[in-house]
Write a protein that binds this ligand. Structure first.
Ligand code: CO
Length: 307
């Protein structure tokens, strides 16, 4: 930038103009470049990070496929990266030779690649511990002078009571057509240890009950334990139950805790109690209307970058 101005001065320029240009030249020489550069705002370069728990299971189909298509249709050309909330999952994918980074590493990479405004979209179902961690990490980037200047965070699938209401009606619509209205339905989520997320499951159950009292929300780790769901089914005299994961994608928890052949799995516990259990192994991201709701949250996170 130091010699930008001199070639612009025509040889026969008037004295005043030449003097002005020489003054500018001297200013450029003696002012640190950063002082002048800071005057011109850098154009924001936006990227979206999908923040997921991930799974080490070999998937026949990319569980993010529906969401990726939805985002590409809404934001053509937008850079989209994936970050893992589980350091364990990231490490074991890397050991298999796959590209897998944690959120801090992904943000560092994007910064090195010149991105300045990053929206992070949580692909978690509820605002649990992993969402708290994401809020911690993203909160450290606020109006920084260089590199990444802003990071926003999109809420998980059930991050507000409006979300809980929308998810309840989508889940009802997405039940298999063969399900008889007499049949019970049990949706099994992970369960929350985080105080901020602990009300998401009861909120979902509330809206589901209004639509169809035979649909129950269970959780692997509480608050709605397998025992409590089993007694509810027995009390209702249920003979048949459709069993679905309330998980972003199917993996270890779905295959073992919910559908496993051990006696303590949800499926086995129900059938041992004389209730026919029909497994539907489908992650929530595979339901297009739910992927669209996640994409709505990502839209909001991207919009938050322009505040
Ligand atoms: Co777990």
């Amino acid at each position: 930038m130091t010699n930008t101005f001199l070639p612009l001065a025509p040889a026969n320029a008037q004295g005043g103009l030449s003097f002005f240009l020489i003054l500018l030249y001297l200013l450029c020489l003696f002012f640190p470049a950063g002082v002048l550069a800071a005057e011109a705002p850098q154009t924001p370069r936006k990227a979206l990070v999908l923040f997921t728990f991930g799974t080490t299971y070999a998937q026949t189909k990319d569980p993010l496929e529906v969401l990726r298509k939805e985002i590409a249709a809404r934001h053509p050309g937008l850079t989209v990266r994936l970050a893992y909330s589980s350091a364990h999952v990231a490490a074991s994918l890397k050991a298999k030779g796959q590209q897998a980074e944690t959120l801090p590493q992904t943000l560092a990479d994007l910064s090195a690649d010149g991105y300045t405004h990053i929206a992070v979209q949580s692909l978690h179902v509820i605002p649990g511990l992993e969402f708290d961690i994401a809020r911690d990490i993203t909160g450290r980037y606020a109006n920084l002078p260089k590199g990444i200047r802003r990071v926003s965070l999109g809420r998980p699938l059930i991050g507000s009571h409006e979300d809980a209401k929308a998810v309840a009606s989508i889940l009802l619509d997405a039940l298999p057509a063969e399900r008889n209205t007499e049949d019970a339905v049990v949706l099994v989520g992970h369960g929350a240890a985080s105080p901020s997320g602990s009300l998401a499951y009861p909120a979902l159950q509330c809206f589901l009950t209004r639509l169809d009292p035979r649909i129950l929300v269970g959780t692997i780790e509480g608050p709605f334990t397998l025992e409590s769901i089993l007694s509810a089914l027995k009390a209702a005299g249920s003979k048949k139950v459709w069993l679905l994961p309330l998980l972003t994608a199917v993996g270890d928890h779905a295959d073992n805790d919910i559908f496993g052949n051990e006696d303590d799995s949800w499926k086995k516990t129900f059938s041992n109690a004389g209730i026919q259990a029909i497994p539907i192994s489908r992650g929530l991201l595979a339901v297009p209307a739910l992927a669209a709701l996640w994409a709505d949250h990502a839209d909001q996170a991207l919009a938050d970058l322009s505040d």
